[in-house]
Write a protein that binds this ligand. Structure first.
Ligand SMILES: *Cc1c(COP(=O)(O)O)cnc(C)c1O
Length: 399
């Protein structure tokens, strides 16, 4: 039997972790982030993107926190994710944008999930589902404005728009919006995003010329929300920033709002040993100690989402001090050098968390591991229990 781990009180002395590793999720932080982000685009509606298990924070928990923070919409990649939200009793508007032929379109239409359409086959399935369920399907048309991933191109657009108009006249489709996705909004050079905006607006003209009136035009992701007001339009789809992590290092709102990282990944030291100089560490002996050293074993590995590419690069904290990961990160464990830290077995090891309390920053971990925070958050394994804190049990700062 496991005991349920408790959320740590930031003011209290740390009790020993009662689990090998824990991902603490601060739902009040998500709620605050969503509210703060919404203040940046008062004129537009806000969608919190909760795909991939709410970026690893828990699909339903993250969604409820986002709605409590004022999110108007939830966004998922998959229909199955959207259906899970409905099954949890969430009634807010939901858009799902990555459709597969094997999906249950009938269930999606019956559950009043908005569906993104970018291809003829998908529109055929959506219309078929609307007929079989006896309800109009709510559709957002996706255009490719230059990302070259999903979305119809301008040639396909013409055909889709004509079919959509007929379907709307027949009552099988309710045409809701036209949207696109930005490929380079996190880069400091504004030109690629300006170009995408232009292409998107041109596509919008084609849609209007065919007699379709989009209620919602949407383009911006987190990076564009933070840096490019011209892309906000009617609705902003915000993922990463809602979880308290900025996708850019240079956003123009720096200082205007505070983002609170919602996830903290902690483990503990399970073994310590003193070794001499030249001691080989972990698979492949990619590291040898440079001096007399203290090495500590941490029972967390790449199966739990610690990137293997962080071997010999990433740092964690122990007793408020930095300790480097030495040798290769293994499936279930890694080794850190705690020389001079006076660490004990049972001491907490923080892999990433809230930088305002001295925890390592997930963006630094990602950079030193040659990846992005998105991949780390969504890669935290199912073996790591999530422990939630809500607003109700939130510790108030004394000042
Ligand atoms: C994931 C995703 C988003 C959110 O992106 P962030 O960079 O996390 O804000 C928005 N729109 C689409 C289509 C997405 O796939």
């Amino acid at each position: 039997m496991h005991r349920t781990p408790r959320f740590p009180d930031r003011r209290a002395p740390r009790a020993p972790l009662d689990h090998r590793a824990v991902a603490y999720i601060d739902l009040a932080a998500i709620q605050d982030n969503v509210r703060a982000l919404k203040s940046l685009n008062a004129g537009a509606q806000s969608m919190t993107v909760v795909k991939a298990d709410g970026y690893g924070h828990g699909l339903v928990q993250a969604s409820l926190a986002a709605l409590a923070g004022g999110a108007d919409w939830l966004g998922t990649a998959l229909i199955s994710e959207a259906l899970s939200l409905r099954a949890a009793g969430i009634r807010s508007p939901i858009l799902a944008w990555l459709l597969s032929p094997s999906d249950s379109f009938d269930d999606a239409v019956a559950a009043e999930i908005d569906l993104s359409v970018e291809s003829s086959w998908a529109l055929t399935r959506v219309i078929g589902a609307a007929r079989s369920v006896g309800k109009s399907a709510r559709v957002h048309l996706e255009v490719d404005s230059g990302m070259g991933r999903a979305g119809c191109d301008l040639a396909e657009l013409q055909t889709l728009v004509e079919r959509l108009r007929r379907a709307e006249q027949q009552g099988t489709v309710r045409f809701v919006g036209v949207w696109s996705h930005l490929a380079r909004a996190d880069e400091q050079d504004p030109r690629p995003t300006d170009q995408q905006l232009k292409t998107y607006l041109r596509a919008l003209e084609t849609v209007r010329a065919a007699g379709l009136v989009p209620e919602l035009r949407h383009l911006a992701n987190s990076a564009a929300l933070l840096t490019k007001p011209s892309t906000h339009l009617d609705l902003v789809r915000c993922g990463l920033a809602s979880y308290g992590v900025s996708p850019t290092s240079w956003d123009s709102v720096n200082g205007r709002i505070v983002l609170q990282p919602a996830m903290t990944l902690r483990s503990q030291i399970v073994r310590l040993r003193a070794v001499g100089r030249g001691y080989p560490v972990s698979y492949g002996a990619t590291y040898h100690t440079q001096r007399d050293s203290t090495l500590a074993l941490v029972p967390l590995g790449y199966a739990d989402g610690v990137p293997r590419s962080g071997s010999n690069c990433a740092q964690v904290t122990v007793r408020g001090r930095r300790a480097p990961i030495v040798g290769r990160v293994c499936m279930d464990q890694f080794v850190i050098d705690t020389t001079g830290i006076n660490a004990r077995v049972g001491d907490e090891v923080t892999v990433f968390g809230d930088t305002t309390t001295g925890d390592p920053c997930i963006t630094d971990l990602a950079a030193s591991s040659d990846t992005i925070a998105y991949e780390i958050l969504t890669g935290i394994g199912g073996r790591v229990p999530r422990v939630y804190r809500t607003g109700a049990d939130r510790v108030q700062d004394p000042d």
